[in-house]
Design a protein. Structure first.
Length: 340
């Protein structure tokens, strides 16, 4: 097996120059770099990143834990992390927790054993022991899609409370008073919990009593959205509008409402949360709260790499969310005869 010394001899350079070509090629003149790369090819030299890690105590690898790649909002944030990491020649190892804290805990253990330099986590439990242990060890960590606004952990997210308020405020502006919420289980994520608080506060600010009968918690699935809206529409006094705590649930709610014979948005207005790429292609196109998932992933990766290089103290970056009005919401029936 060829060594770095063999490459240096063939290229007529020092081993330090070969090392620079491998680790920071931009610092080596193009002519010299090409000689070294040609020598590496002739020697069939395989760079041993793990061996380098023993010397530098870095693997140039980070771990990324998300709830599920099936939801495109997490796929977009993953793309953001990957794109930024690629620019810095950092590898990303991805794991799905499936909204299970035990799986998240196991993934952290596996990734730590794999010698990752830091972790980006969309956690299911902010108060979990695994996060506490990472903080206690001063291990580089960034929470993604997080509501954390202070403390010892860096975080990137949006104001979920404000997002829930915006969604509800939009429905109230259309004349709706009987507004229900289909929320992801609060035990799975505090993000849904904060969106619910925004929903409740907006109702209260507009003189609409909160009715606990109009809240259904479900899992983050199409089936959960479909079954939940059917339950709500079967009430003696059914809602005229629904706020769903993510777009995936909203897609299921659209199907469930249609199966109940409703016309959308004539009989029921629906607001989602996330602005998944498919939201604008639904029929009707989904009104939703947009969060900049890809940019959030990029920002999380940047923060983590700064922490790894000891160039950043904990930072909490709350990015902007926006109401995107499309076709799935309309004036409450009877309030405007011109609505169809």
């Amino acid at each position: 097996m060829s060594t770095i010394l063999d490459v240096a001899r063939l290229a007529g350079v020092s081993t330090a120059t070969v090392s620079r070509v491998i680790n920071s090629p931009e610092s080596v003149r193009e002519q010299t770099r090409e000689k070294v790369l040609l020598a590496m090819a002739k020697c069939n030299y395989k760079y041993n990143a793990l061996a380098r890690g023993f010397v530098t105590k870095k693997s140039n690898t980070i771990g990324l834990i998300i709830p599920t790649i099936n939801n495109s909002v997490f796929a977009e944030s993953t793309l953001g992390v990957q794109e930024y990491a690629d620019q810095k020649n950092i590898k990303v190892v991805l794991g799905n927790s499936y909204y299970k804290y035990s799986q998240e805990e196991n993934l952290v253990k596996v990734l730590r054993e794999s010698q990752v330099d830091g972790l980006i986590i969309t956690t299911t439990d902010l108060k979990g022991e695994i996060l506490k242990s990472l903080v206690d060890e001063n291990f580089p960590l960034v929470l993604l899609f997080s509501t954390v606004k202070g403390g010892p952990i860096s975080a990137v997210g949006i104001d979920n409370y404000r997002g829930g308020y915006l969604a509800t405020e939009h429905l109230i502006s259309l004349g709706h008073k009987r507004i229900c919420m289909v929320a992801g289980n609060f035990s799975m994520t505090d993000r849904s919990f904060h969106r619910w608080h925004g929903y409740k506060k907006c109702l209260r600010d507009n003189g609409i009593p909160y009715d606990k009968e109009l809240l259904v918690q479900t899992d983050y699935s199409l089936l959960g959205g479909r079954d939940s809206i059917k339950k709500l529409l079967s009430l003696a006094s059914p809602p005229t509008a629904v706020f769903c705590s993510n777009d995936y649930i909203a897609f299921g709610a659209i199907k469930g409402a249609r199966e109940m014979g409703l016309s959308l948005p004539k009989d029921l207005s629906i607001v989602g949360f996330d602005d998944m790429q498919t939201a604008s292609y639904m029929v009707p196109a989904l009104t939703t709260i947009r969060q900049p998932a890809k940019e959030m992933g990029q920002r999380a990766a940047k923060l983590l790499l700064q922490m790894i290089e000891k160039k950043s103290k904990p930072v909490q970056d709350m990015m902007e969310s926006t109401l995107i009005v499309r076709e799935s919401t309309a004036t409450v029936p009877g309030a405007n005869d011109s609505c169809d």
